[in-house]
Structure formats: structure tokens, C-alpha cells
Design a protein around this ligand. Structure first.
Ligand code: SF4
Length: 449
């Protein structure tokens, strides 16, 4: 964390975000790399690091104190990770490490400073192990290995590709946990949707990840690794990164801030090409604003009233809509950045003209904030979607309902757009691919040295 973002002390519990949908066109799971063991050697018992069940005491329905405790645990875990990674603990990784730390590392091993840049460039160029970093003297390689240094790359475990070219990758981390990330090609752009946690404690009603449990926060290099993995999958450099995958990024702010630093400094991505999406975690928007990072803030709103939002987003109970909007306004005042509100339209739930009118009223109450509304028609059409619809009764809105909703906002001069459903929304079933491994756990895994 040195030389970049300072660890942030989380203040409170709660939060939530949603808005992912399912679309058709996903190909069957395609293993990218065999584990080196025959399938029969892999246990099919539902246990192992890839399985993250929800605490049975945490049930669907209104937010409870137990949920608050689970969220607090996640925040404490994030603070602990930040402390440990700033202490240069053994098992340290090269990926995403600030230049000053890399220089200190090679210097401690008796190597000249330029070797630090060589290590960084080698890992960013795709080296998955120390052996693959080109031009490294054998003595330094051995010393790094002896010091327990790893590249920090994950093991790709599978991928699914949507008809529109969007691809979701499943990556296995050093401790066997699995996370998903998504690559969305769009002309010259390649957007990467990254996860920030293994599982999520937020329990958003229409999110596959929220149906499971929370295991741990991701480290900065584990976030950066997803961006590299998607770049490698598509054979080109990612242009944008959105934190909309598994997990609530604001619960893991120290790692997320460190990853943002690395994305800017190591991968050369402009802050305006980076988007943080959140359902809202009290206290964190002000912390983010204070950083003046110029990243885009996307707030998952999904409802214009407290009552409806609580039904869709249980954690809204402890972060009331008006408090969230006040924090968004503050974020705009401090950062000068327009806030993007994500609103997933679900038939008969939040897509009626009355909801659009209420939404404009809400935004008018906070008119000093420049904002934009992103309407995302719920589009559950694959297996996971069907399951989700069956479980929660969500249905896609009609095209007419989407148009009416949009026109009501436009008439009242609210900047609005409708997001074309792509594989990202398909993936909405964020957690869908990973959930396969809840049933058939990955017990064999390799850690790139
Ligand atoms: S990952 Fe967590 S915060 Fe994001 S939508 Fe799912 S449950 Fe909500």
C-alpha cells in the first residue's frame, strides 16, 4: 500500500448494490486450463475453498443485526488485509506493488534498482511465474523464490462467452477461492468488470452472489490480476474497468483504492475510465470523495422510495435513501464528478410511470448534484435467470414500459439513458459461473510461483 493509497479505516457496516441481469447466448462452460488431474480425481463433495455457503442464520427478507455483523466482519477483514499488506508479509507478490516497494525488495536481495522495473514489466507483460520473467539472473530468481515472492497471478479455470462477444472468466486464487470477472468488447473499447470480494455479505435480492455467503476481501493484486486475465483472453489492452462484479467494493475500500492506484500508475488507465459501483455503505462515499480520484461513481438505486428500495435492497434499511442521496450530493460537491444512478427496471416492481415520477421528485430534492440515470431493463432469459425469476418473481419490463419510464424522466429534464443489455447484464447472474463450483468444488489447484 505504500507509495499509493493509504489504508482506509472503515467506519460502519452495511451497504449493497445490484443490477445484474441474465441474457441468453452463453456458451457452455469451456475449461481454459486443465488442472493436471483427471476429473475423477476431483472430489464432488460440496466443500473446499471454492465453496462459500451463506451462514444459515442469514435468511432472505428484511435486513437484521446479524447481517450488520457480517458486514462489519467484512470491513474488519479489509482493514486487516491493508495492515498486513503494508507490512511486507512473507508470501508477498509482485503484481500491483508500488515501485518504491519493488525497489526496496530487490535492494534487500542485493540486486540493483533497475531489476524492480524489470520485475514489474515482466509481470505486467504476462509472466505467471518467476521463471517467465525474462532476463532475470538465476541468483535473483532463486533469492526471490527463497523469500517466498510470487508473481501474484491467478489460475484461469473456465470461461463462458455470450453471443455479443462478452466473456466471463472464472479465476482461482492462491488459496483456492474462485472469483469471476467479465470482459465486454465494444468497438475499440474493452471494459473489464472486476470482483472485489469472494462472495458478498450484502444479500441484494436479485443477485446470485448475494444468495451465497462471504469468504474474504480481495487483495489489490487479485483485482489487478482480473484486468490482466481479461486482456490476455481478448489479446488486447483493456480500456475501462468497472467494479461491478462480485462483492461490494466500498466494503473493501483499502484494496480497491490500492488497485485503482495500480490501474492508473502501472497500466496507465485514466481515472475517468474507472468506475466504482456501490449499493451504498455509510461513511465510504465521503472517504472516496476526499481522495478526489476523478473516478466515476455509479450508485445502484433501483427504487425511488425508501419502502420500495428496502424490499429490493435489504441493506437500505440501515442506510436510508435520503442519507445516501445526501452523501452522493456531497460526493459531487467535493469531487465535481457527475454521479451515475443505476436503476434496474423490473416489470411490476419498479417500472411504472408513478415510479418514474417519484424518481424525478427524489432527484429534484437533490438538484444541486449533477447526475445521470442509467436504466437497465431486467432481462432474465437463461437458466439462472429463470431460477432467479422463479425465486423472486422478477420479470423483464416491456419495451413500452421502458420507453414510457425514460420519456417521463426526459420530459422533466433528467439526463437518462437505457443501457443495452449485453453479456455484462447476462452475467448479472454475477456469481452464476462461480456457483457451479459451489456444487462441484474445485479442490485441486495450482499457485503460479
Ligand atoms: S455483489 Fe453484493 S453488493 Fe453487489 S449486487 Fe450482489 S449482493 Fe449486492
Amino acid at each position: 500500500m505504500k507509495g499509493g493509497s493509504r489504508p482506509v479505516r472503515p467506519k460502519t457496516s452495511i451497504g449493497f448494490r445490484a443490477g445484474r441481469i441474465a441474457a441468453d447466448g452463453w456458451s457452455k462452460l469451456r475449461p481454459l486450463r486443465p488442472t493436471g488431474k483427471p476429473a475423477s480425481a476431483v472430489s464432488t463433495q460440496p466443500q473446499g475453498p471454492s465453496v462459500v455457503p451463506r451462514d444459515p442464520r442469514l435468511v432472505d427478507g428484511p435486513w437484521t443485526d446479524l447481517d450488520g455483523e457480517a458486514v462489519l466482519r467484512a470491513q474488519r477483514d479489509a482493514a486487516r488485509l491493508a495492515r498486513e499488506s503494508s507490512r511486507h508479509s512473507p508470501g508477498q507478490v509482485l503484481l500491483g506493488r508500488p515501485a518504491a516497494e519493488l525497489r526496496a525488495l530487490v535492494s534487500a536481495l542485493g540486486a540493483p534498482a533497475y531489476r524492480a522495473a524489470q520485475l514489474r514489466d515482466g509481470v505486467l507483460a504476462g509472466a505467471r511465474s518467476l521463471e517467465e520473467v525474462r532476463g532475470l539472473p538465476a541468483a535473483l530468481r532463486a533469492a526471490l523464490r527463497g523469500a517466498g515472492v510470487r508473481t501474484g497471478r491467478s489460475t484461469p479455470r473456465g470461461a463462458v462467452t455470450a453471443r455479443d462477444g462478452t466473456a466471463k472468466l472464472l479465476l482461482q486464487l492462491a488459496d483456492g477461492r474462485v472469483v469471476e470477472c467479465v470482459g465486454i468488447p465494444e468497438g475499440p473499447r474493452l471494459t473489464v468488470c472486476v470482483s472485489s470480494q469472494v462472495g458478498c455479505p450484502m444479500r441484494c435480492t436479485f443477485c446470485a452472489t448475494g444468495k451465497g455467503g462471504f469468504a474474504r476481501n480481495l487483495l489489490p493484486h487479485e483485482i489487478l490480476d482480473q484486468v490482466l486475465a481479461v486482456g490476455e483472453h481478448f489479446g488486447r489492452r483493456p480500456s475501462n474497468v468497472v467494479f461491478m462484479g462480485m462483492g461490494e467494493p466500498m466494503l473493501n475500500l483499502p484494496s480497491v483504492l490500492a488497485a485503482l492506484r495500480a490501474l492508473r500508475e502501472d497500466l496507465g488507465m485514466g481515472a475517468r475510465h474507472l468506475t466504482l459501483s456501490t449499493v451504498g455503505v455509510p461513511g465510504t462515499l465521503r472517504q472516496l470523495a476526499a481522495r478526489r480520484l476523478q473516478v466515476t461513481l455509479a450508485v445502484s438505486l433501483h427504487a425511488p422510495t425508501q419502502e420500495l428500495r428496502e424490499r429490493i435492497v435489504p441493506s437500505a434499511r440501515v442506510y436510508p435513501l435520503q442519507a445516501l442521496m445526501a452523501d452522493c450530493t456531497k460526493y459531487f460537491e467535493v469531487s465535481g464528478r457527475r454521479v451515475s444512478f443505476e436503476y434496474t427496471l423490473m416489470a411490476g416492481v419498479n417500472d411504472q410511470p408513478q415510479h418514474a415520477i417519484e424518481l424525478t421528485r427524489l432527484l429534484r430534492q437533490h438538484r444541486s448534484m449533477r447526475c445521470h440515470v442509467n436504466l437497465i431493463p431486467w432481462n432474465a432469459v437463461d437458466d439462472a435467470g429463470a431460477w432467479m425469476m422463479g425465486a423472486w418473481g422478477f420479470k423483464s419490463p416491456s419495451r413500452e414500459a421502458v420507453e414510457i419510464f425514460k420519456s417521463i424522466l426526459e420530459e422533466r429534464r433528467v439526463p437518462v439513458s437505457v443501457r443495452i443489455t449485453r453479456g455484462l447484464e447476462a452475467a448479472a447472474a454475477c456469481g452464476q459461473l462461480r456457483n457451479m463450483y459451489q456444487k462441484t468444488p474445485l479442490q485441486e489447484f495450482e499457485v503460479p510461483a
